[in-house]
Design a protein. Structure first.
Length: 427
């Protein structure tokens, strides 16, 4: 059934029809009375009012762009039928709260958390819906990031629209639902950028999330990173390369940077602060909590190529008379990163390491068993021991953790196998 006789349109009383933005650009726009407005240039969404409903469109008439709030009555690949709302057309006057699908979404980089990579938007899928006799609404439902969207873009205008639709249908579509997106940044050109829900990054492994961050353009990267939960941001920061670490931290307010640094292992935090300008590093330290500040400041005294520069001050040390129940309680109350704890260290009254108990042995023991009989003989290094020596000790004794001691042989830190692997990777 045609809304008017000038061209057929698809009326949608109780149907759901998918159209693509690139198929619709330059289609004629007409009113239900047959009046021709011009050729479509843009669809406008007002996210603060409705995250995906098209509220107005922009069309070209007499070499000028006009904007008109509308209700979409129907559409097909021959044209779009509209009912103007509220007012006559006005010259294009979008503001920073408006999202223009063609300008602000096409070609934008987004984070595909399922594919664990950054992809580019090739097209936008829209649905014209009408339920229970209600007026149809045009809503953005997905973005196309695969070959199908690229084909439509590449061949637009070169082949008939009906052919183009069939050609693109042969390619397997790769889409991301619109509901997975968040508006996170307005750039200096007042263009709203779209990124996939940044909270989803927290569900990825930090290494995968770091790869995504490294692929993003600088503006998007800073916007996404600045919006992350502090703990998630700290995990990602620990995985990206040193140059990017510095860039991300320098892009934050010092108080926000301090909150993130506090969530990191002290040795990782010290490595990052050592790469910053002294004034920035000092200010971040000043904004940190006293305990975390002291741990990190102590580590900053060491070069990063010695054991003291690689060690962490987050470890579990218990009196040598302790029992398994004491170790379990200490693990439960441990405030550092639990995954980095592989060994419980036993110390005497002088804080000298007298034994090392692998966590695996705790699982096989009773809660009342003493730790000392199950402890391994301690192996330790001084704070100024070179990384090469540390790596050789790990290899020789097949260690997961190596205690670091001061001049009086007191336990001051621990180098983990992850630290050694990271150092070898850098080399």
């Amino acid at each position: 059934m045609a809304i008017f006789s000038h061209f057929p349109v698809a009326v949608v009383p109780n149907l759901l029809c998918m159209f693509y933005l690139t198929e619709l650009i330059n289609l004629p726009v007409r009113g239900s009375d047959g009046r021709r407005f011009g050729r479509l240039r843009e669809f406008v969404i007002e996210p603060e009012k409705d995250p995906n409903r098209v509220s107005s469109l922009i069309y070209l008439h007499d070499h000028n762009l006009w904007q008109l709030p509308v209700r979409i009555l129907g559409m097909d690949l021959e044209g779009i039928a509209i009912e103007p709302l509220y007012a006559a057309p006005v010259p294009m006057q979008t503001n920073s709260g408006h999202l223009l699908l063609r300008r602000d979404v096409l070609d934008q980089q987004i984070i595909d958390v399922n594919g664990r990579k950054v992809v580019r938007v090739n097209d936008v899928g829209l649905e014209l819906t009408g339920q229970n006799g209600a007026a149809p609404e045009l809503r953005a439902q997905q973005v196309e990031v695969g070959v199908a969207g690229a084909l439509r873009r590449m061949l637009q205008g070169a082949v008939p629209r009906s052919w183009l639709s069939r050609l693109s249908s042969w390619a397997r579509p790769r889409t991301i639902p619109w509901r997975a997106f968040d508006l996170v940044e307005i750039d200096p050109a007042r263009r709203i950028r779209l990124q996939i829900d940044y909270r989803s990054l927290g569900r990825l492994h930090p290494a995968d999330a770091a790869d995504i961050m490294e692929e993003l353009a600088p503006a998007e990267r800073e916007a996404v990173f600045g919006s992350l939960d502090n703990e998630v941001a700290a995990d990602i920061l620990g995985e990206v390369n040193p140059r990017l670490q510095r860039s991300l931290i320098e892009g934050l307010e010092t108080e926000h940077a301090a909150d993130i640094i506090e969530e990191m292992e002290p040795d990782e935090a010290a490595d990052i602060l050592a790469e910053l300008p002294e004034s920035k590093s000092d200010q971040i330290l000043k904004d940190m909590q006293a305990d975390e500040r002291e741990d990190v400041a102590d580590l900053l005294e060491y070069r990063d190529d010695v054991a003291g520069g690689r060690m962490t001050t987050d470890f579990i040390a218990l009196p040598h008379q302790a029992h398994v129940a004491d170790a379990v309680a200490a693990l439960r109350n441990f405030e550092g990163q639990a995954e980095n704890v592989t060994t419980v260290f036993l110390v005497n009254e002088h804080q000298h390491v007298v034994g090392m108990v692998p966590l695996a042995r705790l699982l096989l023991a009773g809660s009342g068993d003493s730790l000392e009989p199950m402890a391994e003989s301690p192996i330790s290094v001084e704070r100024d021991r070179r990384e090469r020596d540390v790596a050789e000790i790990f290899n020789k004794y097949n260690l997961l953790a190596l205690p670091v001691v001061d001049e009086q042989q007191r336990l001051v830190g621990v180098v983990t196998v992850d630290d050694v692997i990271a150092w070898l990777s850098e080399k």
